[in-house]
Design a protein around this ligand. Sequence first.
Ligand SMILES: Nc1ncnc2c1ncn2[C@@H]1O[C@H](COP(=O)(O)OP(=O)(O)O)[C@@H](O)[C@H]1O
Ligand SMILES: [Mg+2]
Length: 210
Amino acid sequence: MTAVHADTKISHADGAVPGAIALFVDNVILAFGGLTVLNGISLNVRMGELLALIGPNGAGKTSVLNCISGLYRPSSGRIRVGDTDITGFKPDRVARLGVSRTFQHGELFPQMSVIDNLLTARHARIDTAAFSEIFRTRAARREEERHRTHVEGVLKFVELERYRDAIAGDLSFGQQKIVGFARALAAEPSVLLLDEPSAGLSRDDREGLA
Ligand SMILES: Nc1ncnc2c1ncn2[C@@H]1O[C@H](COP(=O)(O)OP(=O)(O)O)[C@@H](O)[C@H]1O
Ligand SMILES: [Mg+2]
């Protein structure tokens, strides 16, 4: 395993159940012009395992997530999700393979309700060309109902049911952060990437999130 910077630690949680490798990052180098941001990062995460990237501001944590989720294209190295090599894939393609993420700042649709924000995560799973075609069919309505039921379950899990119809942008910073987390969860990902999940949260909110 290679650290991003000398002072960046990759820490595997104790007691994780070892399963098949869900995420594999091998010797990823990322450079912008002359600036090498990631200098040969390697890590792997097994099913059911929790892995934390710890490092100071600017160490490259977000850049690692950006490479995995397809926002950045590594200069070299390989990234696999399960058995699929996703190096260079576009973000929507990576998402469809079951990788979901949160962002450090402002990832919600602020004018939309909480429930609708969560539903966007479900609709990302649907082939949009087929979606408009079949929208009026009974099967499509059942599918829509299934998405709603799933999303209501996620809202309950994160204890935000009472905010289901609130406008996302009106919520507190901590609540928005949890909605962002819930939206990532709503996609039923096999790999969930959380960028600074607890930064800026109060102690209560942090405990709630954990
Ligand atoms: N798109 C980009 N263009 C140029 N430099 C970038 C870009 N994205 C990140 N960096 C640089 O990469 C380094 C790591 O940033 P980042 O991954 O955001 O660190 P962290 O999330 O650990 O705070 C920083 O020096 C940052 O300025
Ligand atoms: Mg960051």
